[in-house]
Ligand binder design. Structure first.
Ligand code: NAD
Ligand code: UFG
Length: 339
């Protein structure tokens, strides 16, 4: 199968949506996930979306070299998209070793197994968090990187390692994709994001308030130097992001070398704009109160996505109203996620 793409972390939020986009583009996703932050029930949902069989999936850890060697020996893998990792900034401060182990060590084991198997096309999930507090927005890829927490440093370490690997020998085709704020869900409402416990991120929290699971949103800071005083981010629809991965994969399969790209919309939205759009999309009130600033938060930033447009021909097509409508469809139909 020359179109087989190994998707580590493919049962997770962005990975599962990317599996939909890969299948739609004629690729065959092969998921590797240890389900530490996902449910195997997503596989049956993916089958419902595609109208075909569920994607093949291996229950295992990306740090397990022997397992990876078996996977590459048994499947004809053309490329790897590497989502598997831990992503909670606060947890990374409390437990940096497990973040460096999963995110950095996991990526090293994967890259070494790929090298041994002769698979040299890799798309890596990086994050706008590598920029830390930027000097200006929109942020181009050339902006300085100065991540402010272990999670962000783990992403930058992997970026640098993969850059060195690419320069060390011919044949590597690596794309480092720096996502801004992924939100939303597949328009079927069958797959989406369901964080364990109290959500840290804005959109899942707002969804849970709208569906009645939480009483109100605390807006973290109303005195930022932004038009309405609340934090501004570049929210990007997860299906746009998923399609960005397919575009990056196609480009990497055709071009050797290293590519570093922002995936964002180029537009910032404030917390209050998101809340208002969500109320419009859901028809439900989202009670909120303004609380203190959250430590470590940057007031405002958004992407310069022009390099992705120029290189891949990719740009985000879905707006904030689509992001909220699709989040709501998923949340209201699946208030307890896949449980
Ligand atoms: P997610 O937690 O939903 O997905 C990660 C998946 O990896 C999960 O299914 C989890 O079970 C799996 N996993 C974790 N450790 C593993 C291991 N050792 N072996 C095998 N599988 C493992 O998160 P997501 O939001 O889909 O994020 C995917 C990637 O994108 C992550 O690397 C994350 O750091 C990065 N990213 C996410 C965001 C965001 O806001 N969601 C922003 C920027 C970058
Ligand atoms: N916010 C609230 N109340 C909440 C949650 C969030 O007001 O309950 C605000 C935040 O203060 C911020 C905005 O909503 O202004 C977005 O916050 P998120 O937590 O949703 O997202 P962040 O921009 O803080 O961080 C996200 C991911 C990081 C990633 C970063 C980089 O969580 O992992 O984007 O793009 F690194």
């Amino acid at each position: 199968m020359k179109n087989c793409v190994l998707v580590t972390g493919g049962a997770g939020y962005i990975g599962s949506h990317t599996c939909v986009a890969l299948a739609a583009a004629g690729f065959e996703p092969l998921i590797l996930d240890n389900y530490c932050n996902a449910s195997p029930k997503v596989l049956e949902r993916l089958a419902r979306i595609s109208g075909g069989p569920a994607p093949r999936a291996i229950d295992g850890d990306v740090r397990d070299r022997a397992l990876l060697d078996r996977v590459f020996a048994e499947h004809s893998v053309a490329a790897v998209i590497h989502f598997a990792g831990l992503k909670a900034v606060g947890d990374s401060v409390a437990d940096p070793l497990s973040y460096y182990d999963t995110n950095v060590h996991g990526s090293l084991v994967l890259a070494a197994a790929m090298r041994a198997a002769g698979v040299r096309t890799l798309i890596f999930s990086s994050s706008a968090t590598v920029y830390g507090e930027p000097d200006h927005s929109p942020i181009p890829e050339s902006a300085p990187t100065r991540p402010a927490n272990p999670y962000g440093r783990s992403k930058l370490m992997v970026e640098e390692t993969l850059g060195d690997l690419c320069r060390s020998e011919a044949g590597w085709r690596i794309a480092l994709l720096r996502y801004f704020n992924p939100v939303g869900a597949h328009e079927s409402g069958l797959i989406g994001e369901h964080p364990q416990g109290k959500p840290n991120n804005l959109m899942p929290f707002v969804s849970q308030v709208a569906v009645g699971q939480r009483t109100q949103l605390t807006v973290h800071g109303g005195d930022y130097p932004t038009p309405d005083g609340t934090g501004v981010r570049d929210y990007v629809h997860v299906m746009d992001l998923a399609e960005g991965h397919v575009a990056a994969l196609r480009h990497a399969l055709a071009h050797e070398g290293l590519l570093t790209l922002n995936l964002g919309t180029g537009r910032g939205a404030s917390v209050l704009e998101v809340v208002t759009a969500f109320e419009r999309a859901s028809g439900k009130p989202v009670p909120r109160t303004i609380g203190p600033r959250r430590p470590g938060d940057v007031p405002a930033y958004w992407a310069d996505p022009s390099a992705a447009r120029a290189t891949l021909g990719w740009e985000a097509r879905r707006g904030l109203d689509d992001m909220c409508a699709d989040s709501w469809r998923w949340q209201s139909a699946n208030p307890n996620g896949y449980a």
